[in-house]
Write a new protein. Structure first.
Length: 369
């Protein structure tokens, strides 16, 4: 039985009528940028997260970049983050003029380890960026305390965790601002690229609003040098429909994750995802640790089962960051995770018999060792 890593066609089939009608409405209006559809979606996300400001931009990467600029990251400013994340987290820091400083992750959750952060703070440190990885919030309260103690900004990278909760608070609502990604594979995915900046600070929102429009508050009048980064109306229309289903889809992901974890309980060699106390994980990815990970991946691929490695080389090992001079033992947990983790298929439409095929493949891999 073939099991895809993700089945967006199955999702679309369930809501095709609503999606098609929403997109047709945009074409009927011929207002493809800005306007009530985009503003309505921005308002819906702000309400969902309980924050006053939500600004659509072209991608999750742009959301990070514009947010870093809006909070004042400048040339030489240090920003502490995790090396075990998608490249955009650190790439946006550099593109804003900053210097990424990598702190290790916790072995259980693979999110930024608060115990590692404070020792890395220098007079040049400007911000801390936890990543809510794979659908689970980083341990944010200790990081907020460190940020407050040292007068630092805290930006949440929420690209993978829209709808997740941390001690009763929504991911993306806790820091000075947060970035969202609507890449098609995300729990809330667009029909292409899309992103959003959310913040409680009116001044940050005003700056992002300016920066996303070439630094112009009015047409042809530019007070700063910005860029062109907008969430277009077709994407907002699609996302507005999908947002209504997000909580149900996240609940389904949690149920599929629980099924996997139960089936793997008899395989002590398999380390299943740990959900930290006080967290509500939304399982953008279901990531296990397994011996001989690459052999397991090859077996799954042979059987037509989708899987992935997030991430095969942590950021402090990437060639483009060699100039930072990270030592060989700077982030041992991130290094170990990169050798061991394997993401399995998980999405709301995944059927139990498909999950059984995945589990059997992992079981056969272990027997062959």
């Amino acid at each position: 039985m073939r099991v895809p890593m993700l089945d967006l066609k199955a999702q679309y089939a369930q809501i095709k009528g609503e999606i098609d009608a929403a997109v047709a409405g945009v074409f009927a209006s011929q207002q493809f940028r800005g306007g009530p559809v985009v503003e309505g979606f921005e308002g819906a996300v702000a309400e969902y997260l309980g924050v006053p400001h939500a600004l659509g931009v072209a991608s999750g990467t742009d959301a990070l970049l514009l947010l870093f600029k809006a909070i004042g990251i400048e040339a030489g400013d240090e920003v502490i983050t995790t090396p075990f994340t998608f490249f955009a987290t650190a790439g946006a820091i550099v593109n804003a003029g900053g210097v990424p400083v990598f702190a290790d992750v916790m072995p259980e959750t693979l999110t930024l380890d608060p115990a590692q952060v404070e020792a890395l703070i220098t007079e040049r440190t400007k911000a801390i960026v936890p990543v809510h990885l794979f659908g689970q919030c980083a341990d944010t309260d200790p990081l907020l305390k460190v940020a407050e103690k040292h007068g630092l900004r805290l930006v949440e990278d929420t690209a993978q965790a829209l709808g997740a909760q941390y001690r009763g608070r929504m991911a993306g609502s806790m820091g000075d601002g947060a970035s969202l990604s609507f890449y098609p594979t995300k729990n809330l995915g667009a029909a292409g690229e899309g992103g959003m900046v959310v913040t409680r600070e009116a001044s940050v929102a005003a700056t992002v609003r300016l920066l996303r429009s070439h630094g112009a508050a009015t047409t042809y009048m530019h007070s700063v040098v910005g860029t062109n980064s907008h969430l277009h109306a077709v994407q907002a229309a699609v996302l507005g429909v999908k947002l209504r289903y997000l909580d149900d889809w996240n609940a389904a992901r949690r149920a599929r994750a629980a099924y996997y974890t139960e089936r793997f309980a008899g395989m002590p060699e398999v380390v299943t995802p740990a959900e930290a106390e006080g967290n509500e994980h939304v399982y953008h990815q279901y990531v296990i640790r397994v011996p001989e990970r690459d052999r397991a991946r090859a077996l799954l691929h042979e059987r037509g089962i989708g899987c992935g490695v997030f991430y095969p080389l942590p950021l402090h090992r990437q060639e483009c960051f060699a100039y930072l001079g990270c030592g060989t033992a700077v982030c041992p947990e991130a290094d170990r995770a990169s050798r061991e983790v394997l993401a399995l298929p998980i999405y709301p439409e995944l059927r139990p018999e498909q999950q059984d095929e995945v589990v059997k493949a992992i079981q056969d891999h272990l027997k062959a060792l």
